[in-house]
Design a protein. Structure first.
Length: 94
C-alpha cells in the first residue's frame, strides 16, 4: 500500500488540554499520540466537526509546554471506547 502522508510522524504520548476557539465547548483533556511538522493527532472524548479551531496546550517531557492553534482536518470514533481520534493541522504556534 502506498504511503499518502507528506510529513513524517513521530509517535508520542503527551498530555494536553484543548480549548475551543469556535464555540462554547468546555476545555477538555486529550492525549497527543503523534506529531509532525504540520500537525498532530490526539485522542479525546468530544466529537469535533471538521474545521473546528482549537487551542491545544501540550505538556512536554521536560515540564515545559507549548500552545498551538489548530484546525480539525478529520475525526473518527475509536472502536470499543468513548474516545475519538482527532487529527489537527497547525494554524499558529506560540
Amino acid at each position: 500500500m502506498e504511503e499518502r502522508r507528506v510529513y513524517k510522524r513521530l509517535a508520542v504520548e503527551l498530555p494536553a488540554s484543548c480549548e475551543s476557539i469556535d464555540s462554547q465547548l468546555k476545555p477538555f483533556p486529550a492525549l497527543v499520540t503523534n506529531v509532525s511538522s504540520n500537525g498532530m493527532c490526539v485522542t479525546a472524548k468530544p466529537k469535533l466537526e471538521l474545521n473546528h479551531t482549537l487551542s491545544v496546550r501540550v505538556q512536554l517531557k521536560d515540564k515545559e509546554e507549548i500552545i498551538v492553534k489548530t484546525r480539525v482536518i478529520w475525526s473518527e470514533d475509536m472502536a470499543n471506547t468513548v474516545q475519538n481520534k482527532i487529527c489537527l493541522k497547525f494554524v499558529d504556534v506560540d
